[in-house]
Design a protein around this ligand. Structure first.
Ligand code: AMP
Ligand code: MG
Length: 417
């Protein structure tokens, strides 16, 4: 898959400036990036990472039969009549143990988590008990054998694969690792990603803008989006439209990172220097994706390192990141679910568009209503330069080519939060 800067070419991947459907562009990117090599981390440092191998438990969890409630361990047969007076012969707290075997007619006072004593086969909860003498309890409940008993290995059996490769380490997973006595885990590392903006018009400092200048938004936005996607970020700053400098910065960034993300300079303009430079030093595919916004997109390998060339318009940059970079970076990090969760939502306000051969990725407010369904309304402005409106969105509605979707119809929506 190679195509340099400039030149024409027939349409289809592997050629220059092909106009391709969204799914094809996504597929191409995903087929070009591999999972990162595993690293071993202390489990507490692995939250958010993805297991590279299965975790097999050496132990049963729970390790022994124990009580789920505070109460009295009994022979279930002793309380079959619904009321029984039993002699209390011992007390067991969580952490205690007794070798005493419970005889018929006896009960052992027992607290949640304590081992079920030998002989007992059920627990009557304390709410159904009354002490009628110093060592006699009246139990007024019928329980079946096994009642309120948590069996050994009921959660995890020794030898069982308790967590499989591909599992993201969440707080609950961390708890499981602790339970099965695993202190270090083999995980896919967080992708180290360098991010740069390009453009002579971009201003970073807080000084006044000279005519023609704008304040730079994409790099902080993309850096935050990268972190949110589980990446470690290096900020390369704003690089002026200088081919020599850009080549140097991108080459060195690619050599020391797992991926490079650039913003700006990938469309058809004369000053699209990212395009000129990457076309020269990397193995790039320049795409015109049949979507709006974010039509121009470049992907390739620079010294084997994936490079995502996102468009400069801020909304396009963000949407392009969502559609192409984020899924690919998640794949590198070992994730199984690459895209955002998608729901079929009810359109509450017309999603207006005209036919143009593209899928429109409209930014919407998505909320779950009392009918149990997700409902969407478009944010107030859909221009690719109108980031303030997009910042109010929490979803991207996938509006197929055509005359738009009127209120009351349905639309597929990617939920961003
Ligand atoms: P480009 O993709 O470089 O042709 O830029 C397209 C539009 O996005 C132009 O209006 C640029 O000024 C604007 N733009 C490019 N990069 C940024 C950025 N990092 N922050 C804000 N606007 C940008
Ligand atoms: Mg530019």
């Amino acid at each position: 898959m190679s195509s340099g800067h400039g030149g024409g070419g027939s349409c289809g991947l592997g050629t220059v400036q092909c106009v391709i459907p969204l799914e094809q562009a996504q597929q191409f990117v995903l087929s070009s990036v591999a999972q990162l090599d595993p690293v071993t981390l202390p489990r507490a440092e692995a939250v958010g990472r993805v297991l590279a191998v299965d975790v097999v438990s050496a132990d049963d969890v729970p390790p022994f039969d124990n009580t789920a409630v505070d109460g009295f361990a009994v022979h279930a047969a002793d309380v079959a009549s619904g009321e029984a007076d039993l002699r209390v012969v011992a007390t067991l707290a969580a952490g205690d143990h007794t070798d005493r075997v419970l005889e018929r007619g006896e009960a052992i006072r027992i607290m949640t988590g304590a081992p079920i004593p030998a002989g007992a086969d059920a627990v009557v909860m304390v709410e159904d008990s009354e002490m009628v003498a110093d060592d006699v309890v009246r139990l007024s409940a019928v329980v079946s054998s096994g009642a309120a008993v948590r069996r050994a290995a009921e959660d995890v059996a020794a030898g069982e694969t308790v967590l499989s490769a591909g599992t993201e380490i969440t707080p609950a997973v961390l708890g499981v690792l602790a339970t099965v006595n695993v202190h270090e885990v083999s995980v896919r590392p967080a992708p180290r990603v360098a991010v740069a903006s390009t453009g002579d018009e971009l201003v970073v400092g807080d000084g006044p803008l000279r005519p023609g200048q704008i304040r730079e938004s994409n790099r902080p936005m993309l850096a935050a989006a990268l972190r949110e996607a589980g990446c470690e970020v290096t900020d390369l700053g704003v690089i002026p439209d200088d081919e020599e400098l850009l080549a140097e910065v991108l080459t060195s960034a690619a050599a020391s990172h797992d991926a490079v993300v650039t913003s700006g300079g990938v469309s058809m303009g004369d000053y699209d220097v990212v395009k000129a430079v990457l076309g020269r030093i990397a193995d790039m595919t320049w795409m015109q994706v049949a979507i709006k916004p974010a039509k121009p997109f470049a992907f390739g390998l620079l010294g084997g390192t994936p490079v995502f060339g996102l468009p400069g318009n801020p909304v396009s940059s963000l949407v392009s990141f969502e559609m192409f970079a984020r899924p690919a970076l998640r794949q590198m990090g070992g994730h199984q679910r690459l895209s955002r969760p998608s729901v079929v939502a009810v359109v509450d306000e017309d999603l207006r568009r005209g036919p143009d051969g593209k899928t429109h990725l409209m930014r919407v407010r998505a909320d779950f209503a009392d009918d149990g369904r997700c409902h969407v309304v478009p944010v107030r402005a859909q221009g690719s330069h109108q980031l303030a409106a997009t910042a109010t969105a929490n979803g991207i509605a996938v509006v197929p080519d055509g005359d738009g979707l009127p209120a009351g119809t349905e639309v597929a929506v990617l939920l961003l939060s």
